[in-house]
Design a protein around this ligand. Structure first.
Ligand SMILES: *Cc1c(COP(=O)(O)O)cnc(C)c1O
Length: 421
């Protein structure tokens, strides 16, 4: 696509955008003066679909009218409610339905997955993460190392960018595995990385890990609903994600979990269990020994919060209507437009650290601003832009294809320029 640096061009792109009407399906936050804000923070908390209210009210209404009978008699019965989410969720992450379940929250799922897929021995116990992994991920893997009696510093290998660089190179991960592969039990990589926006080649990483005898898992907090991770095809052992970022399901909403189908019926795998992971036929025959459901569902613990799942169902219905491939296509163009405009800014004080190849990123661009501090972010907020600041000097902006427009992107860069000059 050939871009032009003008408001007219942005407006023409919006007029031609086949997905433009989806913006009206969302509540767009406004400033106290009533003016609309430029919301570029869908990587942190996705906006609320207007449908969400009705979906939650349906559950509240069924609960009021039916009480416990709602488990079987509700409009969307609560017993199998998580199953209503599976088909679309599986499509969005490129998995088979039996490989996906929505349950718990992200970090909880990460621990549950490590109970099954981090099985260290005295010689093979190390965990590899990307160096700027999200804090919760780092805390989780370190606590697993300690839980198994290892030194968390010694057992954690960081896949780092080279001196003076911001991005991780695949060949450096290969070098780590060449040198220490027989000591590595697990590769756990977040993609795209929350800070740099760099998306990693999941299939290549999985093949590398497996070649050296390690298990491989991914944290797709910034991937689900943003890039197509093709989880099944990647061969990863497991993946986890949340639903409140790109998946627009509300603050703290439930997470997702993927377990590759080759583990679906493996009874040798250790796992922490609860009644919702037990055979549906005999779940209420409470005296039976635990018998895991095949596939990802077998990792469920509790009967889940239906109110929260109703919000996920509303959001996934919007995704299904738009179609993920169409969304991704727009996303590549929208972020390409943002990159184009930023490069037009006549200053050497800003640098985009996110990769410029669309295959190596999602919609987020991380912009490093020389000599900036958090006051830059405060000025952006005053100017009506909702973005995200990461110390020491990075503004993260994520135009999302469901509700952001080309005009949003143009306006953002105009306001940024005014602040920088
Ligand atoms: C947002 C995010 C989390 C948050 O975890 P919760 O358990 O949902 O609080 C964890 N990891 C990554 C990579 C994230 O981006």
């Amino acid at each position: 696509m050939k871009y032009e640096n003008s408001l007219e061009f942005a407006q023409q792109c919006d007029a031609k955008d086949p997905l433009r009407h989806f913006r009206n399906q969302f509540h767009l936050p406004t400033a106290t003066d009533g003016n609309p804000l430029i919301y570029l923070c869908g990587n942190s908390l996705g906006l609320q679909p207007k449908k969400t209210t009705a979906y939650i009210e349906e559950v509240l209404g069924d609960w009021a009218a039916l009480g416990v009978e709602g488990h079987t008699e509700a409009n969307h019965p609560w017993l199998p409610y998580h199953e209503f989410l599976t088909k679309t969720m599986a499509e969005i992450v490129g998995a088979k339905p039996s490989e996906v379940v929505m349950m718990n929250t992200l970090t909880t799922n990460l621990h549950l997955m490590m109970v099954s897929f981090y099985q260290p021995t005295s010689t093979r116990y190390k965990i590899v993460v990307e160096s700027d992994a999200f804090p919760s991920d780092k805390y989780a893997v370190k606590s697993q190392l300690k839980f198994h009696g290892f030194d968390a510093e010694e057992g954690l290998i960081l896949w780092k960018p080279r001196e003076g660089e911001e991005l991780c190179r695949f060949e450096d991960l290969e070098a780590i595995m060449e040198e220490q592969g027989d000591e590595v039990a697990l590769l756990m990589i977040g993609s795209p990385n929350y800070y740099s926006g760099q998306a990693f080649p999941l299939k290549k990483i999985t093949e590398l890990g497996h070649k050296h005898g390690a298990k491989v898992g991914f944290d797709l907090a910034h991937g689900a609903g943003n890039i197509q991770p093709n989880l099944h095809e990647s061969g990863a052992d497991f993946a986890v994600w949340c639903s409140y970022k790109y998946l627009n399901s509300g603050p703290g909403s439930l997470g997702g979990c993927f377990v590759h189908e080759r583990h679906a019926e493996n009874e040798q795998l250790k796992r922490f269990t609860g009644w919702w992971g037990h055979n549906k036929e005999t779940r209420f025959n409470m005296r039976k020994e635990f018998e895991a459901l095949p596939g990802a569902e077998g990792w469920q613990l509790s009967n889940p919060p239906i109110l929260s799942m109703a919000a996920i169902r509303a959001s996934l219905d919007v995704y299904a209507e738009a179609g993920f491939d169409a969304l991704r296509k727009k996303s590549v163009q929208l972020t390409g437009f943002l990159e184009f405009l930023l490069k037009e800014v006549e200053t050497d004080s800003i640098e985009i650290i996110t990769p410029s190849n669309p295959d190596d990123r999602g919609c987020q661009l991380s912009i490093q601003v020389k000599n900036a501090d958090k006051s830059l972010h405060d000025k952006l907020t005053k100017a009506g832009v909702i973005s995200d600041w990461r110390e020491p000097d990075v503004v993260r902006v994520a135009p999302v294809p469901l509700y952001n427009s080309y005009e949003d992107v143009f306006e953002f860069v105009e306001r940024l320029k005014k602040i920088l000059w």
